[in-house]
Write a protein that binds this ligand. Sequence first.
Ligand SMILES: [Zn+2]
Length: 85
Amino acid sequence: MSQPALDPCRCPLCGQPNACAMAMPQACDAASGPCWCTRVQFSADLLKQVPEAARNKACICAACVAASEQPSPGTSLGHNQGKHA
Ligand SMILES: [Zn+2]
């Protein structure tokens, strides 16, 4: 196999479950409807980190999106970050 199988349920950046359509029972069913990731804006910088093969197939997870939106250093783990509007 030249390419690793793409798991659309996993974030191509960190490999964690991306919780796409996390509010839905079938998080992995891409046909079940739009998920949160359709409402957030992925920065070009973030998208650049996604392997070409994974684009438009695997969603970036919320943690990676949040990490890219908060350029504050020192909190790379992003564990305790609450939502801040
Ligand atoms: Zn991620």
